[in-house]
Design a protein around this ligand. Sequence first.
Ligand code: ADQ
Length: 728
Amino acid sequence: MARIIIISNRLPVTVEKYKDKLAYRPSVGGLATGMSSLQKDYECLWVGWPGIDRDQLNSKERVSLVKELGKMGNYPVFLSQAHIEGYYNGFCNKTIWSLFHCFTQFTIYENHLWETYRQVNQIFCQTILDIIKPNDLIWVHDYHLMLLPLLLRKRMPDLNIGFFLHIPFPPSEIFRLLPWRRELLEGLIGADLIGFHTYDYVQNFLDSLLRICGYENSLSFINYQNRIVKVDSFPMGIDFDHFHNSSKQEEVKQEIKKIKNKIGKNKVIVSVDRLDYTKGILERLKAFSTFLEDNPEYWEKVIMIQVAVPSRIDIPQYQQLKQQVDEMVGYVNGRFGTIGWSPIWYLYRSIPFPELAALYYLGDIALVTPLKDGMNLVAKEYIATKNNGTGVLILSEMAGVANEMSEALIVNPNNRTQISWAIKYALNMSVQEQQRRVFSQQKRLRDYDVKRWADDFKNHLVKTIDEQQNLATRYLTPKNRLKIIKDYEQSIQRLFLINYDGTLVPFHLKFKDAAPSQKILQTISLLAQDPENKVVILSGRKKDILNKWFKNVKVDLIAEHGAWLKKNSSGWKTIVPLEKEWKGEIRPILEQYTNRTPGSFTQEKEYSLVWHYINVEPTFGRTRAMELMNSLLYLTSNLNLEANHGDKVIEIKSAGVNKGIAAYQWISEKKWDFIISIGDDWSDEYTFSQLPASAYSIKVGPGISQAKYNINSAAEVLTLLKELAKKL
Ligand code: ADQ
């Protein structure tokens, strides 16, 4: 049976030492449930820190710990207290966590913390290398281990590695503040598949990769050192059934009864978080205070139960937050409380599952208002628990989960008036409306639960690896090269369709003034001299520059991605035919937006796709439309499309020209007995798609392509063309 190695900062088991004895406390979180679903196809091994300082263990205890954990499918990474200080409490939570959540004011940049982060990633790498087998599937989790994919790749180039980030990936203006930004990006693209919760984070990551490292992507595939890396969004789900059926469990029933007695006739607002500044707890308490201030008729009728799990208590910001929350709770209870009624019930601890499920079950409203959150599972858990469909979720637009749960009352977590209004609206919402919203959210949560999420990620990883392997077998071999030369020699009507930037001249000159070298001009001239050869140079560049560069060479030209053609020394002409192959790429994105935006729909016209949001709540519709325009930005430029944002519609249509349509003017001209087409990027895919089956098509660089072969570089293209030219 194949193995999957899950790697995260912490193991799902905590080891503690009491009176010289080791105790093992398993924690069954959502992630563990998701991972357990992989066990049907894989032997699973989980690698991570077991929560105990390595210096507390003698060598005998370490051996016993490895053995005991092994029985539970775990393998420990031993870290010292100094490591934990510099890595976990340091770089992870004082640098990455704050920066990635856009709290730049809390972010510190210290070389020694970075150094420890690097060291710990190295320790993880070494531990994994000790236990790994070549065909293992590796799944690395989260921001603690962003350097690990590359470290592993360097030591085992063929390893299959997936990485998932559980927190947001910030916009590039924020990310680039990090002195070690390049190292983190390079570390990540050591993976084969990189997953994020939302499409926005994918875009932010790709944007940073382009701006900081100069790595381009085609439809979220990055070509990197002869490998392809896929980047995609996988919104994490929860164990839906577990929450949905919880109120039938005896222990939960008892908790429900107990809590019900205490809350009496009060309406209940629940909030459950780790005590973290990103969760917006303080702002939420203030908003609740505003609600009470504005609505005295609800005094003694509503309570808010805020459960906050202690978190990262060694970090000053968290200690300060704890104090501020304590004070705020005290203020609100002092200001509005009466004998027998406190508006806020505050629990500063982790609560066991039956109590958590009972609170979700009894909460008339869940107030989930993080200032920034990668996903936020509490929102999903609350909705899943509502098996009778009543309950209202008030949700921050800044949580990743807001992309999926549009039926919630979406609020700005800093807008106290809006939150106060939403609470009042929720308290007065009819049961029918509550059920309509809850059931519709539950459908999606049921369909894409944490098991499906884990499976989906794993399947994408396997698929990406298959694609890598296909690619490896497609590189132009010496044997194929000889065949091309032989076919060339035996033919008499030959067509060359050669892209310019990235194909004839190297990729790094792509955006520069990259005039052809003498060597290029000589080779092309030599080929073009043969009356049996027709050489066409294709480019996205302007016609004047191509005219200038190739004025002394007998070639035909295609400029501006096919908008302008120059044939047989005549003048430049345009063609504006229409095509629609691109629809397959855009349609799934529009469908995704349609699914996530109730009231919207997709319309398919012959040469365009239209996303309508006329029936969507206007503010929400506009927000979604902006998101969609953003998401389309990369695709439209790669696929040569136009996306127009009209009145309550977004229309995507072909810009009407591409290299393929232009090239077809030559392809269809006569019955060629030898055609070779060489290109490097997505615009060249259009040319490849127009070629007859007998043609040779070559993509420069790695990556998925319709071309038959891949070749490494522009230098290799020139060598091949020279070899052909010599055959004259
Ligand atoms: P977290 O920041 O920890 O996770 P969240 O997604 O809300 O945030 O998960 C918290 C989990 O802890 C939930 O399952 C919840 O039930 C539980 N929990 C919270 N408070 C509790 C309490 N007092 N007692 C008991 N249980 C409690 C990070 C990211 C998120 C992302 C997740 C998963 O910050 O954005 O959703 O990872 O990827």
